[in-house]
Design a protein around this ligand. Structure first.
Ligand code: ZN
Length: 344
C-alpha cells in the first residue's frame, strides 16, 4: 500500500511516498481503509525528531483520520466491518491509575497515533478499536478526517482545564492554526467574548466571520495595550496559547488578576521568559493541556454533532503531494486544517 513515510529525521526532503507492507489488526484492533487524513504540527515535530518518539523505519506519519473498518482483530465487538469511523488519536494503557481515573491523557505511557505507533498517512492503518467513534454524518470526508486532534485539544483546554464560563473574555493568539480556530469555535459556543490576533489581515477578517468579537494585527499594534484598552484596564479572563515562545510573555500582561493562562503547544519555540511577579501578584493560574481524556473526546464529538460544527478546511491535497501539504503547514500560510485525500 502507499504511505507517506520517513526513514530518518530531518527537513521536508526526508518525507517520501512509497509502497510499504499493509498492517494487520492485533487483538483489540481494527484496520481502516483510509478515506482522508489531516495534518497537524505534531507531524512536523515527529519528522524533525523533536518529539521523543521511537522511529521504526519506514515510519508512517499522521494522527487524524476518517476511514472504513476493513478488518477486525480478536475480541473486537465494535466497530464492525464496513462502519465509517474517526479515531481519538490519543493512546493510553487503560490500566494505570490515571487511566482508571478516566484521565487518559496523563497515562504513564500516553502516546499518539503517528507518534508512538504507525500513523494515518497511508491507504490502511491499524488502531485500537476502543479509539474508534462513528463518523459525524454532518461532516464531509476532509472535515471528518482532519478535526479530531485539535478539537479534542481545544475542548480540554477551554472546558476541562480553563473551565471557561459564559460571558468571560478569551484571548486567542495566532488565529488560522487548527487549535486556535477550534478554540474560537468552542469559546463562541460557550458564549464567551473572544479576542484574536494574527499577522495577516485576511485571516482576521475570516476569524470575524467565524464569530471573533475583536481582532488585531500584532505586526501593526501592541497587543498588550489593545487588550488593556478594550477591557478598560482589566485584562481578559483566559489566554489560550498554542504559539509558545513568541506569545508567552504577552499572556502575563493580558490576563486579569486571578486570570488563567492555558498552553497546548509551542509552534514558535519551547523556551520563554515568565513574569513571576505578575504570576504571584496577579494570582494567575497556569494550565498545561495535552490532547484529551476519553470523556473529553466524547463530549467534544457530541458538542460538534449537536451544534453541527465543522472544522475550517484550508486545502485538500492528494497523498502524492504530502510534501506540499506539509510545507504549507510549516510556513504557516494555512487558515484551518490541511487534509490529505487518500481514497477516492
Ligand atoms: Zn494508562
Amino acid at each position: 500500500m502507499k504511505a507517506a513515510v520517513i526513514h530518518e529525521h530531518g527537513d521536508l526532503d526526508v518525507l517520501r511516498v512509497e509502497d510499504i507492507e499493509e498492517p494487520t489488526p492485533g487483538a483489540g484492533e481494527v484496520v481502516l481503509k483510509v478515506l482522508c487524513a489531516g495534518l497537524n504540527h505534531l507531524d512536523i515535530w515527529v519528522r524533525r525528531g523533536r518529539s521523543g518518539g521511537k522511529l521504526q523505519k519506514p515510519y508512517v506519519l499522521g494522527s487524524d483520520v476518517v476511514g472504513t473498518v476493513e478488518q477486525v482483530g480478536e475480541n473486537v465487538t465494535s466497530p464492525k466491518v464496513g462502519d465509517q469511523v474517526v479515531l481519538n488519536p490519543g493512546l493510553s494503557c487503560g490500566r494505570c491509575e490515571f487511566c482508571r481515573r478516566g484521565e487518559q491523557s496523563t497515562c504513564v505511557s500516553f502516546g499518539i497515533m503517528g507518534l508512538s505507533r504507525a500513523g494515518t498517512f497511508a491507504e490502511r492503518v491499524a488502531a485500537p478499536a476502543d479509539n474508534c467513534y462513528p463518523r459525524p454524518d454532518h461532516m464531509n470526508d476532509p472535515q471528518a478526517g482532519a478535526f479530531a486532534l485539535v478539537y479534542v485539544t481545544a475542548w480540554r483546554m477551554l472546558m476541562t482545564r480553563a473551565q471557561l464560563q459564559p460571558g468571560e473574555t478569551v484571548l486567542i493568539h495566532g488565529i488560522g492554526g487548527g487549535a486556535a480556530l477550534a478554540s474560537l469555535q468552542f469559546a463562541k459556543l460557550v458564549g464567551a467574548e473572544v479576542f484574536v490576533t494574527s499577522s495577516d489581515d485576511d485571516k482576521l477578517s475570516r476569524a470575524k466571520e467565524l464569530g471573533a468579537d475583536h481582532t488585531r494585527n500584532y505586526h501593526q499594534d501592541d497587543i498588550a495595550s489593545w487588550i488593556k484598552q478594550e477591557t478598560a484596564g482589566r485584562g481578559v479572563d483566559v489566554a489560550v496559547d498554542a504559539v509558545g515562545a513568541a506569545t508567552w510573555p504577552l499572556d502575563f500582561t493580558c490576563v486579569r488578576k486571578g486570570g488563567r493562562i492555558v498552553l497546548c503547544g509551542v509552534t514558535t519555540g519551547a523556551n520563554a521568559e515568565s513574569d513571576l511577579r505578575a504570576l504571584y501578584w496577579n494570582q494567575l493560574t497556569i494550565l498545561g493541556s495535552t490532547m484529551g481524556s476519553t470523556e473529553d473526546f466524547r463530549q467534544m464529538l457530541r458538542a460538534m454533532t449537536v451544534n453541527r460544527l465543522v472544522p475550517v478546511i484550508d486545502k485538500v491535497f492528494p497523498l502524492a503531494q504530502v510534501r506540499d501539504a506539509m510545507e504549507r503547514l510549516e510556513t504557516g500560510r494555512q487558515f484551518g486544517k490541511i487534509a490529505l485525500r487518500i481514497a477516492p
